[in-house]
Write a protein that binds this ligand. Structure first.
Ligand code: MBD
Ligand code: FE
Length: 289
């Protein structure tokens, strides 16, 4: 129904930036109307089926204000829905499985030169890790020069440019695969990621008797001309939260084994001064549509 769509566009309670984007779509945008109506029907169905009281509705509205006020909108959306969207939009694609981007990706991270070393503090906590791999197409042909963006949390669960406690761009970097499509990067192994216990999302999880953890993970975006950009995450086996990820993202094909810690020859170029872990993942890109 067109009227529903234009109402949504003109509603003055919509954030100005969002309203501007909606207006740019023009009136009667069919996809917007389809989704707006489907979401509103699904929510009304929940209200009827579960006999939602007015008090519960008010609590929900208050909760959403809290989420927005505490800067947790991205977090709650990705936590509840992104895994399902990724699964639906990238279903059964050849190549490496896609996985949620999460709320903390930032474009324009520092470009790293070989030997690649993620931006770290001199005393960066956590076990040193040498993460290596290759980038190829679905036929196994190496993709020389493929660009890899890597970002992850500190060992105590903070993302740079999000948490003011850590320096800008810490543990965020981008680099390119060599002539054989190979890459090596020195970083640290993140630990399981705990959603803040003080924010509304963390308190909601706690109220439901659920823990607030995601298994430790590395975020990656891999791109190469002529190929579909891959956004994914890598997990580590033996992680206690692989089967109960608060964001429900884990995919078996993305779980790797870490070897070590050892003080192997391979690390000398990177100046590891402590025993380090090694982990490898071979990334496979699918052709652009
Ligand atoms: C994260 O760090 C994350 O990667 C996802 C998908 C959701 C919440 C926090
Ligand atoms: Fe994350």
């Amino acid at each position: 129904m067109t009227t529903t769509g234009s109402h949504a566009v003109q509603d003055s309670s919509i954030h100005p930036v969002v309203a501007e984007k909606l207006a740019a779509l023009g009136p009667g945008h069919p996809r917007l109307i389809e989704l707006f109506n489907a979401v509103s029907a699904a929510l009304k169905q929940v209200v009827r089926e579960h006999h939602v009281t007015h008090e519960e509705y008010c609590q929900m509205v208050e909760f959403m204000f809290g989420v927005a006020g505490e800067g947790e909108m991205g977090l709650i959306c990705d936590l509840i829905l992104e895994a399902a969207v990724v699964e639906s939009d990238y279903a059964a694609s050849a190549g490496t499985a896609f996985n949620a981007e999460g709320p903390y990706y930032i474009a324009g991270s520092p470009r790293l030169d070989v030997p690649c070393r993620m931006p770290m503090r001199p005393d960066e906590g956590g076990t040193p890790l040498l993460f290596t791999g290759g980038v190829s197409d679905t036929q196994g042909r190496p993709l020389a020069g493929a660009r890899i963006e890597l970002w992850h949390s500190t060992h105590d669960g903070l993302y740079s440019n999000i948490d003011p406690e850590v320096p800008e761009w810490l543990l965020r970097g981008q680099f390119v695969a060599d002539e054989q499509g190979r890459f090596e990067v020195r970083t640290i192994r993140p630990e399981p990621y705990e959603i803040s216990r003080h924010g509304p999302v963390g308190r909601m999880l706690h109220a439901m008797g659920r823990h607030r953890f995601r298994p430790a993970h590395l975020h990656l975006k891999v791109s190469h001309p002529g190929f579909r950009q891959l956004t994914t995450q890598i997990y580590f086996d033996a992680d206690p939260y692989l089967d109960s990820d608060a964001a429900n993202c884990v995919h078996r094909s993305l779980v790797i084994r870490l070897d070590g810690p050892s003080q192997a020859e391979a690390g000398s170029a990177y100046g590891f001064d402590a025993p380090f872990l090694t982990g490898r993942y071979d990334l496979v890109l699918q052709p652009a549509a």
